[in-house]
Design a protein around this ligand. Structure first.
Ligand SMILES: C[S@@+](CC[C@H](N)C(=O)[O-])C[C@H]1O[C@@H](n2cnc3c(N)ncnc32)[C@H](O)[C@@H]1O
Ligand SMILES: [Zn+2]
Ligand SMILES: [Zn+2]
Ligand SMILES: [Zn+2]
Length: 409
């Protein structure tokens, strides 16, 4: 079946990326008026090129097979190159073709067969890549719709054909499982006029204010953070409200090229000792963690994070429900450090987990933390629970650090 109104996207008008201005120009050249053939910007959108699927040469003319947005594959049509007004899609097609050839190490191989058509394996790869790009874009849009913090989330895969994870749901805060209650209003609030200089919420808990004037953490690992809360008299600009403001940086979930699956990199420079993100997931009891630990494979287990600040009653499981921290890989020489945080929930069995930079992290650098490190910086007990009943299968660490311990667990 040809797309209805196919004549409108006929020989001269393939409206990918065509603004009304350029369309009018085309019409002028073709001595047509847009009105005379009934094209408005609205039905232009009906004939938007979604991606290019294939390529051939017929009588020295180049053609691309077009997948139309919103139309099934059966309506794909071959369009001559000169009609394609989509430089980005053409570039993408060419890049994908070259990537494919470099991957199969036939960089200089002939790409066209005797009929001057693209070799089927190449076209197949290009279509898969196009579909993946659309799926990842959709996922990126969804993550940004769901997140409630300032920083943007980007998704990028220039490495393989892996699409969005199939069983992962983005959440902004802990998701307690039935029977676990998270208090959402503190029992105490300060009445400081200046929380930086006065005896504020941290003093009430017997600890120092965690931050300096530049919003950097100044307390040693293992020390809890007590931020001002909903009962405090101070406003949102109080220097003791950092973690609660959420991630401020634009981060990118990217496909690693060293076989670690997805990872997270920062797209902007992060100053040392700055709050980067919170570790969230389902809050479960340690018994449930033990049960799940036995069900999970080696990979699943690495999402279990024991809340062992003062007790070992609860675990955070970020396997199915989580935020960007779900994708942060392990390094034996990490650039993020874990801290326990109390804001509205002052129950010491249920701290929030915040990740702070340990040094300046440049734009483009991967973010990592040490899976074996407790908030205290003490390595004697694992924060990631491997489930004692299950025979531990060790995962080889690919962090590449000079000080790499060799294994994740
Ligand atoms: C919490 S997840 C991190 C995100 C994960 N890479 C993904 O694609 O969803 C932990 C898993 O990532 C992989 N991983 C993380 N850090 C690694 C490392 N340093 N070396 C090897 N694999 C690693 C392992 O498969 C591990 O079980
Ligand atoms: Zn305050
Ligand atoms: Zn306060
Ligand atoms: Zn390592």
């Amino acid at each position: 079946m040809a797309a209805a109104g196919a004549e409108a996207r006929g020989a001269w008008c393939v409206p990918c990326l065509v603004s009304l201005d350029t369309l009018q120009e085309v019409c002028r050249k073709e001595k047509l008026t847009c009105k005379s053939i009934g094209i408005t910007k609205r039905n232009l959108n009906n004939y938007e090129v979604e991606y290019l699927c294939d390529y051939k040469v017929v009588k020295d003319m180049e053609y691309y097979l077009v997948k139309w947005k919103g139309w099934p594959d059966s309506t794909n049509t071959w369009e001559p190159l000169q009609n394609l007004k989509c430089p980005l899609l053409l570039q993408q097609f060419s890049n994908d073709k070259h990537n494919y050839l470099s991957q199969v190490k036939k960089g200089k191989a002939i790409t066209l067969n005797n009929n001057k058509a693209l070799k089927p394996a190449i076209a197949e790869y290009i279509v898969k890549k196009a579909k993946q790009r659309i799926a990842l874009q959709r996922w990126q849009d969804e993550l940004n719709r769901r997140k409630n913090h300032t920083g943007m989330i980007f998704v990028e895969n220039t490495v393989d054909l892996e699409g969005p994870p199939s069983d992962f749901y983005y959440i902004n805060e802990y998701k307690p499982t039935p029977g676990i209650s998270l208090v959402n209003e503190a029992t105490f609030g300060c009445s400081c006029t200046d929380c930086f200089f006065e005896k504020c919420c941290p003093a009430e808990a017997g600890v120092l204010l965690a931050y300096n004037k530049n919003q950097q953490i100044k307390i040693p690992p293992g020390t809890p953070i007590y931020e001002c809360n909903s009962r405090c008299q101070c406003g949102p600009d109080c220097p003791n409200r950092i973690v609660q403001k959420g991630t401020q940086y634009s981060l990118c979930i990217f496909r690693t090229s060293n076989g670690c699956g997805w990872g997270v990199k920062t797209l902007v420079k992060i100053k040392r000792m700055s709050f980067v993100m919170e570790y969230v997931g389902e809050v479960i009891t340690s018994e449930e963690a033990e049960r799940r630990g036995q069900l999970y494979d080696n990979k699943g287990i690495t999402y279990l994070f024991d809340l062992d600040y003062e007790s070992d009653e609860f675990t955070v499981d970020a396997a199915r429900y989580g935020n960007v921290s779900h994708f942060v890989n392990h390094s034996c020489d990490p650039n993020l450090q874990v801290f326990n945080v109390f804001i509205d929930n002052l129950d010491t069995r249920l701290p929030r987990i915040a990740l702070f930079s340990t040094r300046t992290i440049n734009a483009g650098e991967e973010l990592t933390f040490d899976y074996q490190m407790k908030g205290s910086g003490d390595m004697s007990s694992d924060s990631i629970d491997y489930g004692p009943a299950k025979k531990r299968v060790r995962t080889v660490c690919k962090c590449g650090a000079v000080t790499c311990r060799g294994y994740l667990n």
